[in-house]
Design a protein around this ligand. Sequence first.
Ligand code: AMP
Ligand code: ZN
Ligand code: FE
Ligand code: FE
Length: 290
Amino acid sequence: MSEVPAAVVGEADLHAHSTVSDGTESPARLMEQAAAAGLWGVALTDHDSTSGWAEAAAAVPETGVVLIPGMELSTREGFSSVHMLAYLVDPLDEGLLAETARIRESRITRAEEIVRRIGRDYELSWEDVLEQTAVGTTIGRPHIADALVARGHAATRSAAFAGILHPRSGYAQPHYAPDPLTGVRLIRAAGGVPVLAHPGTRGAEQLIPPARLARLVEAGLFGLEVDHPENRADAKPRLRALADRFGLAVTGSSDYHGAGKPNRLGESRTAPDVVERLIAEARGSAPVMP
Ligand code: AMP
Ligand code: ZN
Ligand code: FE
Ligand code: FE
């Protein structure tokens, strides 16, 4: 919990991945890149894991960049994956630890199944995927994509997603994830601040229905990640209107994955007053100041 509220004097990029999940840069390197991008602060938000926090925190003094420890919690509504950013949670909260362990476990069995299916048509083994990850990495489709690239079946991660990993290719398989409402409750119970990640990637016609959003707000949703490179242009004004209507904060972030995606660190940012409110609401942990 932040005893002394941080004076937020600059913009922050509130969504970035490291090698702890499917980013290609280490947490320390990410902090260096945040400094190079001229950011006041950056949130490390690896998928379903807080394992990168310590390394990123250790890089705060020399980089001079504020670290907002976070996580991107996987949730699911029916067949759609819904990502929930979780800022400043207590990393030792038992409810969150149990749920994220379950998700990471299911991500492994799911990835093994996808690889088994692809392996019927292409030369690809589980060992190929493990070669693309470190011990403890939250495994996801990007690591399968990297293995496909290493095997020469795709030119880039993005090409693998557009081809072999596309749902219509028939190898897809979901992993376990709680529903979004449970996700918001878990994050608040862990003292964290929940923000709905990239809610406009499917365009204006497929936004979250207001009644469903209302339930998330009631459970403690803090904001909507409106300024995200993959939110469709037609969705953004609608998302801003929803944020206004429900009193939600509007955040901006890059969803940086290093070399794994075209998104550049700092390309979308969150205003200082929003970052300040987010930090003030947190009870689980504090930002790491230089
Ligand atoms: P998964 O965690 O297995 O559901 O995979 C989702 C991750 O894959 C997300 O974090 C995305 O950033 C990444 N991803 C999705 N589509 C693409 C793409 N076209 N190119 C690169 N990465 C992608
Ligand atoms: Zn990712
Ligand atoms: Fe996401
Ligand atoms: Fe992400």
